[in-house]
Design a protein around this ligand. Structure first.
Ligand SMILES: [Fe+2]
Ligand SMILES: [Fe+2]
Length: 486
């Protein structure tokens, strides 16, 4: 039970970062500089002949195997190598390469350990993507990416089944000296030779490893973490441009170097909260003025920009329906929700609202088709200079309910609508906050009974309400020359 809880807290299963003490870094560096550039096996038969670097690898391996509760009745093999490069970056999975060439069978190390002998701006990347996930593309936004900044006196360990590599953030030519080892369980990698060693070393190592828990978590969109990074980066763009533009675009690259370990993951609730905060700022009148002041110069200069799209406009029609009629629509909707399965929350896949499709409530549907559609048809034709024969049909027609109650929907993030023209009629006024924010900075707060029409392609958001409930009737219309409602 204890082990399970431990694992749950790991950012990426079996990834750990460690602070090293009790060793002479200068001596380790000097010894590593003498090591032949290739992958070699540690000859554990003769620990008495270990050089300083070999003793270091051996001590680290023993401590980590112990920390991982590895079964010591099995046989283990340690291979190690040194590395000094900081090219563009790469990502790969460790496997017994020679065995794979001969049999096409994958054998992975139990775990890998990377020790940094220099500080550099070239972080190690660790994903929690296994080879099967890579081959069958079964990764999802639940997968994570971790960047660990190389700092002298630290090392990382991670599960040997994961895709990993490194990333040069700013084309740094920094020296990036590492000593790396893999521990293999019940397996000796093929065609590896034992390290001949630089002779026994009499300096004793009193190695002490302390787990570093300073992990800075950054949340990214599911689109970034899943499609851009795990699809494009792993398959098509191993020089990491997409990782930089996808994961790091919202970060100041210089500030990255102040972190030890950065974890990129997707947290739906956190993303929703952040988007809501962004919109809440817009509710403050001071903020609006301040923003407008900053933007005014740009807005005035920008008056020459023309967008040749007749659907890029919005208009307000006060008192389009009476307050009594609005109230009647709310009552009919609540009655329907009570008699059926409540308000729906999953009708729209990308930007779901808490709503009821009017098609299911015949009283409201008939009223809108017989009393509103004709007038709406004329308004939209006139507003967009469409041919008189154009026919406006409801493509989607629903009543939305925002509630300032914990756990209920009280805002809608930036989006565009399906349809050509979108409309909304606010059905009540017993709420505070709310309104439609367009991404050109304009906020529209229609009164009860007022109709707001805008091009469906214009990006907009539903601002958070602070108290009460806000009901709106929303529709997206299609334009054709043949009547075809739903
Ligand atoms: Fe590797
Ligand atoms: Fe919308």
């Amino acid at each position: 039970m204890y082990m399970e809880q431990e694992q749950e807290q790991e950012p990426i299963s079996s990834f750990s970062s460690w602070d090293i003490s009790g060793i002479n870094h200068e001596k380790l560096r000097a010894d590593v500089a003498n090591i032949y550039d290739g992958v070699m096996l540690l000859n554990t038969e003769h620990p008495d002949r270990f050089s300083y670097a070999e003793s270091f690898v051996y001590e680290c391996a023993m401590k980590h195997m112990n920390a991982r509760n590895m079964d010591m009745s099995k046989s283990y093999c340690i291979e190690f190598w040194t590395k000094n490069d900081s090219n563009k970056g790469s990502v790969h999975i460790d496997k017994d390469e020679n065995h794979f060439e001969q049999t096409l069978e994958y054998i992975y190390p139990a775990f890998s350990c990377v020790t940094y002998l220099t500080n550099s701006n070239v972080p190690t990347i660790v994903t929690d993507i296994t080879n099967d996930q890579y081959i069958y593309k079964t990764f999802s936004n639940k997968n994570k990416v971790l960047l660990n900044m190389p700092k002298v006196g630290t090392q990382i360990t991670f599960d040997g089944r994961f895709y990993h590599g490194y990333l040069n953030l700013d084309d740094s030519a920094d020296e990036r000296l590492l000593i790396v080892f893999n521990v293999w369980e019940n397996h000796v990698p093929l065609c590896r030779t034992f390290y001949a060693g630089t002779g026994p070393c009499d300096t004793k190592i009193e190695l002490c490893l302390n787990k570093n828990t300073e992990i800075e978590t950054k949340y990214v969109s599911p689109d970034t973490i899943c499609r851009k990074v795990f699809n494009n980066f792993l398959y098509y763009d191993r020089d990491s441009t997409l990782l930089k533009t996808g994961l790091l675009k919202h970060m100041d690259v210089c500030s990255l170097h102040t972190y030890k370990t950065l974890l990129f993951e997707y947290d739906e609730m956190k993303m929703v909260r952040e988007k809501k905060c962004e919109l809440e700022v817009l509710l403050s009148p001071d903020m609006c003025e301040e923003r407008l002041e900053k933007q005014l110069e740009h807005i005035v200069v920008d008056k020459e920009t023309h967008v040749h799209n007749r659907f890029f406009q919005r208009a307000r029609f006060p008192n389009f329906i009476s307050k009594e009629r609005c109230n009647w629509i709310i009552n009919e909707s609540e009655k329907y929700a009570q008699d059926n399965e409540g308000w729906e929350t999953k009708r729209h896949v990308r930007y779901p609202t808490t709503d009821l499709p009017v098609k299911k409530i015949p009283s409201i549907f008939n009223f809108l088709v017989h009393h509103i559609l004709f007038e709406l048809n004329n308004l939209i034709i006139e507003m967009h200079c469409l041919p008189k024969a154009a026919i406006i049909d409801f493509k989607d027609l629903f009543v939305v309910k925002y509630e300032a109650v914990q756990g209920k929907q009280d805002f809608l993030e930036m989006h565009t609508d399906g349809g050509v023209v979108s409309g909304q009629i606010v059905l009540n006024d017993l709420f505070e906050g709310g309104g439609t924010y367009f991404d050109d900075g304009i906020i529209v707060k229609p009164k009860c009974g007022e109709l707001l029409l805008h091009g469906s392609c214009m990006r907009h958001a539903g601002l958070p309400i602070i108290s009460g409930s806000r009901y709106i009737l929303v529709f997206f219309v299609a334009i054709s020359f043949k009547r075809n409602i739903f």
